[in-house]
Design a protein around this ligand. Sequence first.
Ligand code: ADP
Ligand code: MG
Length: 233
Amino acid sequence: MIEIENLRFAWPRAESDCLAIDRLSIAAGSTLFLYGPSGSGKSTLLGLLAGVLVARQGRVGVLDTDWSSLSGARRDALRADHVGYIFQQFNLLPYLNVIDNVLLPCRFSRLRHERAVRRSGSVQADAGALLAHVGLAAELWRRKAAELSVGQQQRVAAARALIGAPEIVIADEPTSALDAPLRDGFMDVLLRECRTAGSTLVFVSHDERLASRFDAQRSLASINRAAVHEAAA
Ligand SMILES: Nc1ncnc2c1ncn2[C@@H]1O[C@H](COP(=O)(O)OP(=O)(O)O)[C@@H](O)[C@H]1O
Ligand SMILES: [Mg+2]
């Protein structure tokens, strides 16, 4: 589902590469836990997997397509169809209500719109079903996102990433703002929903206690030669 080969990525004006990954392969439907200290390049790697960032060298392929072979507009379209992204700060639109936030991917992707309709009869019904699965009470569904607690916003962000069953779900430290009981409940829901939909999950965290729930665990240092070089220098 995801293939990296000979990737080199440097941020503009940086003196050295941020990422140098010779090979990384993530099987369709699997769940990967990726960990490493702050600043080690985890979010940068997720940006490359999602085609938000493009490598200066090497190949980052999803669904047999190399992101760097596409124009910006084609990357946006491929991402909208196939990638659900849960950001650390959730990135909900604060002035939209909960349902409209969850429906955003269906506005940008006909494929995800059609899948949601096929599953539940309408996109609204599918958004409601997902919100119920992630445990957000129905009386909150018409509230503006800005009026929700952090734990509630996180559930909305998960439902938004999952709607229309994207092949790839990317989660960037989505539990860092949560206390332990909320965190464990959220992990249960996210893993269950990804397994039900057959989505490939790439989950980043520095909290190694979560690692055992995943099919595979990798530290960024174990795949990134740039970081190894920096640590040895
Ligand atoms: N937008 C950016 N512009 C320039 N440098 C960046 C940017 N985002 C991250 N970096 C740099 O890339 C490195 C890795 O950052 P990041 O991927 O955010 O790490 P992590 O997610 O593991 O905390 C850091 O040195 C950081 O300063
Ligand atoms: Mg990060």
